[in-house]
Write a protein that binds this ligand. Structure first.
Ligand code: NAD
Length: 497
């Protein structure tokens, strides 16, 4: 059995870990490896190694840091296929989708390559006679990232390229369900010339996370995962005086107005609901059919959902792979059962799907539930599987009210031919990321990514300008260089001129 280790101080190591967790191949249902689970003593080692590395990395010139980032960018691009295949094997998503994930992560590295520009401060000349004021930003120290299973390369890359470019040392605690890609990323950082200890991978579970949250030398925590854990991370790390950004779960609605192109909308709805088996924080899980055309929309969506080719992630013919674990599969099908019990109509049923040759894989087929109401569990909870619930609304204002009554506020989309309706929607919804005829509106790396309400705890979104602000703190310097031959007398009033 292959053992997946940590990466501390420039190499793979078991450190003091003895506990392990299984890593499955979701397409076959077999265990393919075991991952070490760090103990508090391993966290101490990782953080002290990172703290030592921070001392010199934070003093390294912008030019040298930028050179490392450009080299890392080239290496990630060169190893994109290898990373995608590792993702497909452990997460289950299809390789083409995994390649897209690597590409979106790479875009954050490219953003971080512009760090000399991004870290420029302000300068005000002669604010008072002979006095200038300027500002600059400094890194925080050791910062930690705790990430979910669903994007094992992209979500960590929302964090570490930016944190490292800013001069921090970064300790990544990836998901224990698909940890291998992070080890390859660590090797690529090393090959790019990043000094030992600046990037660390610490595999583990709650024990490792809690030790990071409590460690006095961890200055900031970035978290992405489910809402209950995001809330917990925010509370515990904040109570320990750390800076925290904690991104949580989602229930993303797509509103389809009667004037939308039905073929376009149903195509995009199905792709956004079923892509990556619905295991995306920006997946569309609720469609809001507005007006009298709802039945037509459901028919179109159902026909397309039935046509999705489900199979192993490594098979190029597959459009959708398995879900991550047997427990995830059982949870998802349990939700479909509950929706049916509570009165939803199962328009497309993915329960019990068997993929020939992969009978033990963790497969759930695309599922469409119609006549879902806001009181049903399938609507209230994040299912995180290939299940699209269709609710109905009379007009766009009712759709906006429905979205705003939902506790999550990550992403949402509207399909319409009306600019007026789209504008009313973009201004009216209490949601962080909005798509207009775009079903998964993930912002580009040079904007920041984040939701509202129960989809984000803390003030800061990730990457883009907010990422730079999160991983640095500002200094403002007021300076005067008086002429020796013109001494300025001190005064007892507040200086104003
Ligand atoms: P999760 O919350 O179970 O796990 C996330 C991380 O927290 C993992 O590293 C895990 O080891 C750790 N963790 C789990 N339980 C913990 C506990 N009790 N104490 C301390 N740490 C703990 O999430 P997941 O199942 O890996 O990922 C799916 C979730 O992530 C979904 O809810 C999805 O919406 C969300 N997500 C959100 C975004 C976003 O940008 N808002 C992006 C991706 C995923």
């Amino acid at each position: 059995m292959r053992t997946i280790e940590h990466w501390i101080g420039g190499g793979a190591t078991r450190a003091g870990s003895t506990r392990t967790a299984p890593v499955w191949n979701p397409a076959t249902g077999e265990q393919q490896a075991e991952v070490l689970l760090a103990e508090p003593v391993d966290v101490d080692l990782a953080v002290s190694t990172a703290a030592k590395a921070f001392e010199s990395w934070s003093q390294t010139s912008l030019t040298k840091r930028t050179n490392v980032l450009f080299a890392f960018r080239e290496l990630v691009a060169r190893h994109a296929r290898e990373l995608a295949e590792i993702i497909a094997d452990e997460h289950g998503k299809v390789v083409s989708d995994a390649l897209g994930e690597v590409q979106r992560g790479l875009e954050v590295v490219e953003f971080a390559c512009g760090i000399p520009h991004l870290l420029k401060g302000d300068y005000s000349d002669q604010v008072s006679t002979g006095v200038d004021v300027f500002s600059f930003r400094e890194p925080l120290g050791v910062v930690a990232g705790i990430t979910p299973f669903n994007f094992p390369v992209m979500v960590p890359m929302w964090m570490h390229p930016v944190a490292i470019a800013c001069g921090n040392a970064f300790v990544l605690k990836p998901s224990e369900r698909d940890p291998s890609a992070s080890l390859l990323v660590a090797k690529l950082w090393a090959e790019a010339g990043l000094p030992e200890g600046v990037f660390t991978v610490l595999n583990g579970d709650k024990t490792a996370v809690d030790a990071l949250l409590d460690h006095p030398d961890v200055a900031a925590v970035s978290f992405v995962g489910s809402t209950p854990i995001a809330r917990y991370i925010h509370q515990r790390a904040s109570a320990n005086g750390k800076r925290v950004q904690a991104l949580g779960g989602a229930k993303n609605h797509a509103v389809v107005l009667p004037d939308a192109d039905l073929d376009f909308a149903s195509d995009h709805l199905v792709a956004a609901a079923m892509g990556s088996a619905g295991e995306r924080c920006m997946a569309i899980s609720a469609a809001v059919a507005v007006g009298t055309g709802a039945d037509q929309l459901v028919d179109a969506v159902a026909a397309k959902a039935k046509a999705v080719r489900v199979g192993p992630g490594r098979d190029e013919a597959s459009e959708m792979g398995p879900v991550v674990t047997a427990a995830a599969r059982d949870r998802i099908t349990g939700y479909v059962d509950s929706g049916e019990r509570q009165g939803a109509r199962v328009a497309v049923d993915g329960r019990g799907l068997v993929v020939p040759g992969h009978e033990d894989g963790f497969f759930v087929g695309p599922t469409v539930l119609d006549h879902v109401t806001p009181s049903m569990e399938v609507y209230r909870d994040e299912i995180f599987g290939p299940v699209l619930s269709v609710v109905r609304a009379d007009d766009v204002d009712e759709a906006i009210a429905l979205i705003n009554a939902n506790p999550y506020g990550n992403g949402t989309a509207i399909f319409t031919g009306s600019g007026e309706a789209a504008r009313r929607f973009q201004r009216g919804v209490k949601v962080g990321m909005i798509g207009i005829n775009v079903p998964i509106p993930v912002p580009m790396a040079y904007y920041s990514f984040g939701g509202w309400k129960d989809s984000l705890f803390g003030q800061s979104h990730v990457h883009g300008p907010e990422g730079i602000a999160f991983y640095t703190r500002a200094k403002v310097v007021t300076s005067r260089w008086p002429r020796v031959d013109h001494p300025i007398a001190a005064s007892y009033h507040f200086p104003t001129t």
